[in-house]
Design a protein around this ligand. Structure first.
Ligand SMILES: [Zn+2]
Length: 366
């Protein structure tokens, strides 16, 4: 294994094991060397990745994709883009490259480490995210939310060209609205320094941090609700100081009421289901809960993965849903430093909901 590949592995594992940077294997990394892009294969967790967790692709073939014409229809387009990406792999490669491979390929620096840190997303998912970025990181690039995959890569490519009109080289930091950050550099040290700079700067600016300390819970009510939910699936209960303030009433729950990023949709669902405390006054809690779940299913065309109960706590359908929901709590708290939360708009949420590539990823990681 050469030095660059071992640096790539080390960075992937170090960032991938640090929960300030990565939850649930989100994010991806790459190396460009001698016309070959080593990019994380779909479905591998960064924290434990080995050399075989990377797909080798021809940078020339990837660049040639910009000469191809793809159809306007999103489903048709993404299918052909995926096929072209599969064709750009070196011979013998069998795995599917990360959906963000095309974006990795257009960045001119040797290493790219793309992550979705909660603190970064406090910025990218807030009302004043772009303004905040410009004052904190004037050399970075901001990309408004667009559909992931080909459109995202194309949008970044166009923005890089505009950037190059006033800068000698491409940006090394790209913030993606409602998504995360791409950090690029020619060495591991450079990547580390840039992440250190991003995190310490944000840490300095952020006025409020999430407080996940324990609080007293109404055990009897939790048990009552748990019983009404039934044990298939077995819902996990969660409560802490921070949730306590969000769960006061429906208005205080607003910052958690929708989706911040694609990861949140994939694991925690499109939106948490809100249940007000009056439900405990009903004669038949189980029956009433079934009615509310029915209403949720009708509205979102999915089962709820998170059920938030006023002044009680949050029930998660599984461990992944809980982990990503807690991540969105962190993001929501961080957004208070930048003008408050900005959720993904419905059209983008719908795109992710139906995006075949994302369902592939959540299936593999599950
Ligand atoms: Zn991403």
């Amino acid at each position: 294994m050469n030095q660059n590949v071992s640096d790539l592995l080390e960075m992937s594992r170090v960032y991938g094991s640090d929960e300030r940077f990565v939850v649930k294997g989100g994010g991806n990394t790459s190396l460009k060397e001698d016309g070959v892009l080593y990019v994380k294969a779909s479905g591998h967790a960064l924290s434990t990745i080995e050399e075989d967790g990377f797909v080798r692709m021809s940078t020339e073939a990837l660049n040639d994709m910009w000469k191809m014409k793809f159809p306007e229809d999103p489903a048709e387009r993404e299918k052909l883009v995926l096929q072209a990406m599969m064709d750009a792999r070196l011979e013998g490669e069998t795995q599917r490259p990360s959906v963000e491979a095309l974006l990795h390929a257009i960045i001119e620096y040797r290493f790219v480490v793309h992550l979705h840190p909660a603190m970064v997303n406090g910025l990218t998912c807030s009302q004043l995210g772009e303004e905040g970025m410009k004052s904190m990181f004037p050399d970075a690039l901001w990309i408004d939310i667009v559909n992931p995959g080909f459109i995202l890569a194309k949008t970044v490519r166009d923005a890089q060209r505009v950037y190059l009109e006033t800068h000698p080289r491409q940006p090394k930091v790209i913030f993606l609205q409602n998504h995360g950050v791409f950090v690029a550099g020619d060495s591991k040290e450079e990547i580390d320094q840039t992440y250190e700079h991003i995190m310490s700067t944000l840490d300095h600016y952020v006025v409020r941090k999430p407080n996940f300390s324990a609080v007293r819970v109404h055990s009897a009510k939790v048990e009552q609700f748990q019983k009404a939910l039934g044990d298939d699936p077995s819902w996990l209960f969660l409560m802490n100081h921070e949730l306590g303030s969000f769960l006061k009433d429906e208005e205080s729950f607003y910052p958690l009421s929708s989706s911040f990023t694609p990861d949140h949709i994939v694991y925690s669902g499109v939106a948490p289901m809100w249940v007000d405390s009056s439900i405990f006054k009903k004669d038949d809690l189980k029956k009433e809960l079934a009615v509310r779940i029915g209403e949720y299913q009708k509205r979102y065309e999915k089962d709820p993965k998170i059920i938030a109960v006023q002044q009680l706590g949050v029930f998660s359908v599984n461990e992944s849903a809980r982990t990503l929901f807690l991540d969105s709590v962190k993001v929501a708290v961080f957004t208070t430093s930048f003008g408050g939360p900005k959720f993904m708009e419905k059209s983008f949420i719908d795109f992710i909901k139906t995006w075949e590539v994302e369902s592939y990823r959540s299936k593999i990681l599950a």
